[in-house]
Design a protein around this ligand. Structure first.
Ligand code: 5GP
Length: 352
């Protein structure tokens, strides 16, 4: 019999953060860097736990050049060739990830890149992380690279986090099925889990096993990042919000009617991405991504500073001295639908 779960699951926009008394003096007292040690690789990492998504609009060397200055990681997209890596000078091994799919060709590319450049991170990324072939591939990568921090995903429920951490021998699980700004999975397939609840469930599962998670997708503003850290995400991955800048690829286009400036941003399984990288869209696939226009935002440095400022400010509202402590200090309030709609229309108004 088909089972219907009736427990309410929540997205970032369904909650707000409760302010609390605090003795903190200033936002500058907040520690935004984290020190993490990983389960299998035993690697130590220190940095700001934000990650630019491995999309070809955000996971680029140009974006890396900005984010690495802040200690933020860039997951480089999987269409860079070994040759593209070779010509890069002095990449910081802690501040970028080499992305991989799960085919034999992906494995060969991974080996080839890692024999050329020093990098501590591997990001094994497929849209549907519930396939058993992902776990098999993760094991193979762990055998070949015992010292690398291995990330794998995407999943959104406890049992698959456990499977990837225990049997896949990965250090970090990427969490998010359907929340991405350029994602249409929920519409095309009906599959998905509201992201805040997914992060709560998966972080609990991972931390019990000494693993970590990345909350991937659905960030619309700095407050969403704070909510994700409050739900005990170890890292937050950002796509659309890190797109639309001078440092992202593509031309600025001007809307003829409004005069507003935009840049193109598209999902990695959108028709646009398929045509860009493979020349066509296979007939058996449906596109689970879309192309959208992101308001042109100028220099990426300003957006990064805005995000870091927002996180620092949340910490002072809840008395958290560091991102690490946000999960312990933060209480979330489930807000009513009218309040939620008001917040959404305000956000839309700001974007206009
Ligand atoms: P955003 O920060 O833009 O809300 O979400 C970024 C995330 O969306 C990415 O890290 C990735 O997990 C997901 N994503 C990127 N492209 C696609 C796509 O074409 N389809 C789906 N379903 N998800 C995508």
């Amino acid at each position: 019999m088909t089972k219907i779960e009736t427990e309410e699951l929540l997205d970032y926009s369904d909650v707000l953060i409760r302010p609390k008394r605090s003795t903190m003096q200033s936002r500058s007292d907040v520690e935004v860097e984290r020190n993490l040690k990983f389960k299998w690789s035993s690697q130590q990492w220190k940095g700001v736990p934000l990650i630019a998504a491995n999309m070809d609009t955000t996971g680029t060397f140009e974006v890396y050049n900005v984010l690495s200055k802040y200690g933020i990681v860039t997951a480089l997209h999987k269409f860079y060739t070994p040759g593209d890596f070779k010509v890069q000078k002095s990449l910081n091994p802690n501040m970028f990830m080499v992305s991989s799919g799960i085919s034999d060709a992906d494995f060969e590319r991974l080996q080839s890149i890692l024999s050329e450049v020093s990098c501590n991170w591997i990001c094994i990324d497929i849209a549907n992380g519930y396939l058993s072939s992902l776990v098999t591939y993760c094991k193979k990568v762990r055998e070949a690279f015992p010292d690398k921090i291995i990330v794998a995903g995407n999943v959104a429920t406890r049992e698959m986090v456990e499977e990837l951490l225990i049997n896949g021998k990965v250090d970090v699980v990427k969490v998010g099925i359907g929340p991405g700004s350029a994602c249409t999975t929920r519409l095309k397939t009906g599959v998905g889990i509201p992201q805040l609840s997914a992060v709560l469930e998966c972080s609990d599962a991972a931390h019990g096993l000494g693993g970590a998670i990345i909350a991937d997708g659905g960030i619309t503003c700095p407050g969403d990042v704070s909510k994700a850290f409050g739900a005990c995400a170890d890292f937050v991955m950002v796509g659309g919000q890190f797109a639309g800048h001078d440092q992202n690829p593509g031309e600025v286009v001007i809307d003829e009617k409004t005069g507003k400036q935009f840049k193109s941003f598209y999902g990695m399984s959108s028709k646009k991405a398929m045509e860009t990288h493979y020349g066509k869209m296979e007939k058996y696939r449906s596109s689970e991504g879309r192309e959208l226009r992101i308001p042109y935002k100028g220099d990426l440095n300003n957006t990064v500073l805005d995000y870091l400022g927002g996180i620092r400010s949340t910490c002072t509202y809840i008395g958290a001295t560091s991102i690490k402590n946000m999960g312990k200090c933060l209480s979330l309030i489930h807000i009513s639908e009218p309040t939620r709609q008001e917040a959404i229309s305000y956000a839309v108004f700001c974007l206009k």
